[in-house]
Design a protein around this ligand. Structure first.
Ligand SMILES: *[C@@H]1O[C@H](CO)[C@@H](O)[C@H](O)[C@H]1NC(C)=O
Ligand SMILES: *[C@@H]1O[C@H](CO)[C@@H](O)[C@H](O)[C@H]1NC(C)=O
Ligand SMILES: *[C@@H]1O[C@H](CO)[C@@H](O)[C@H](O)[C@H]1NC(C)=O
Ligand SMILES: *[C@@H]1O[C@H](CO)[C@@H](O)[C@H](O)[C@H]1NC(C)=O
Ligand SMILES: *[C@@H]1O[C@H](CO)[C@@H](O)[C@H](O)[C@H]1NC(C)=O
Ligand SMILES: *[C@@H]1O[C@H](CO)[C@@H](O)[C@H](O)[C@H]1NC(C)=O
Length: 312
């Protein structure tokens, strides 16, 4: 009998609520996150002031308003707690769940990588996120110059306790990495909210020993009567200096020279990370730049080892 009356009462309350167009029986937030050890308010909007909570966490405080009831609980459990607000102490089957999860921000996020990288070689970045929880809500992003180059979201079943989580990323260093800032970021996705913790930045320098190419330093140079820019450059980081020598002759790069500079040159490119050498033949062709002249030029070009340079 009392059961029927209570049900009737509930129906009336809900009906009133609907006609007021305001109070619906629901959890204001069905999913809550709290720092481990902190407290959080469970809150249900309800037409019934006798609405009550069942919670497995320690109750710190209670509060109610004209159309809500709330309970403050202490979140000191790594298990996920599902708690309920019941519409009435006498009716068990009208209830709304509220899930509460404890989290912990990382105590530290560190990045480990060499700050000086050789272009073209493999390099490794190690990110370590210390004492974070829960692991399944964690994403580790690695950024280069602000762009994400690696992203790992853990997911999976609920992990109890704080964890230290590492992420290793391997890449091939390139000139584009020079002077770039690298960092690791830990992101905890708590419902719609994100908690981010970033490591310090590491500013990377890249280097490359000198290297000759036919494009930057042709093995054949033909000179005419006019002065002409002689260009023999080498690739490298930092940009190498290039000097070319022949018996009794010396051409600094980009020097304007005339036909009397013919010869078999050895060009040496140098920066602090190494050197490279190349033969360059400069010959005179009187037909170039004027109709007069007959000498024809032959060019020869070979990559040589540095010891040859010393012989000159
Ligand atoms: C519970 O929710 C109501 C409605 O949103 C709000 O007015 C009230 O302040 C909340 N109470 C607590 C303790 O958060
Ligand atoms: C974070 O880790 C770095 C490197 O291990 C250390 O130097 C620094 O003191 C740590 N910071 C904190 C707040 O623990
Ligand atoms: C982390 O990286 C992913 C994948 O690139 C991206 O969608 C997400 O927005 C990044 N998160 C943050 C906070 O930068
Ligand atoms: C790289 O990081 C350093 C140290 O955090 C900062 O001083 C510098 O401005 C950053 N450079 C760029 C290009 O963001
Ligand atoms: C080439 O000619 C220039 C000017 O005509 C002269 O100064 C220079 O010494 C000559 N070089 C050689 C190697 O003969
Ligand atoms: C350059 O080398 C070639 C081939 O060894 C040789 O025939 C030529 O005489 C040389 N030229 C000079 C100016 O030494």
């Amino acid at each position: 009998m009392s059961r029927i009356l209570l049900t009737l009462y509930t129906v009336i309350l809900l009906h009133q609520a609907r006609s007021d167009d305001a109070v619906e029986f629901k959890a204001i937030n069905s999913e809550l996150f709290a720092l481990f050890g902190d407290s959080v308010w469970l809150n249900c909007s309800t037409p019934n002031p006798k609405t009550y909570f069942e919670s497995r966490l320690f109750t710190k405080d209670n509060a109610k308003g004209s159309n809500w009831v709330a309970r403050e609980v202490v979140v000191d459990d790594w298990e996920i707690s599902t708690m309920y607000c019941y519409l009435s102490p006498d009716i068990d089957d009208i209830k709304r769940p509220i899930t509460v999860m404890a989290y912990a921000l990382p105590s530290n996020v560190t990045i480990d990588m060499q700050p000086l990288l050789k272009e073209g070689e493999e390099s490794t970045i190690t990110c370590t996120v210390h004492d974070v929880a829960p692991q399944e809500l964690l994403t580790i992003n690695i950024t280069r110059g602000g762009d994400v180059i690696d992203s790992k979201s853990y997911g999976g079943p609920h992990v109890l306790q704080r964890r230290t989580v590492g992420r290793v990323y391997t890449f091939t260093a390139s000139r584009g990495d020079n002077n770039m800032n690298f960092s690791c970021e830990a992101i905890l996705q708590l419902g719609r909210e994100q908690k981010r913790t970033k490591s310090p930045d590491i500013t990377v320098q890249t280097y490359a020993p000198p290297e000759f190419s036919e494009r930057l330093c042709p093995s054949t140079l033909l000179l005419g009567k006019e002065k002409k820019q002689v260009s023999c450059l080498a690739d490298g980081n930092p940009p190498p200096t290039v000097e070319c020598k022949a018996f009794g002759r010396h051409i600094k790069n980009m020097e304007a020279v005339t036909g009397n500079m013919t010869g078999n040159y050895t060009c040496l490119a140098t920066n602090q990370y190494g050197n490279a050498a190349k033969f360059v033949t400069v010959e005179y062709d009187g037909n170039i730049g004027s109709k007069v002249g007959a000498e024809v030029i032959v060019v020869l070009l070979t990559a040589i080892i540095t010891s040859v340079w010393d012989v000159l």
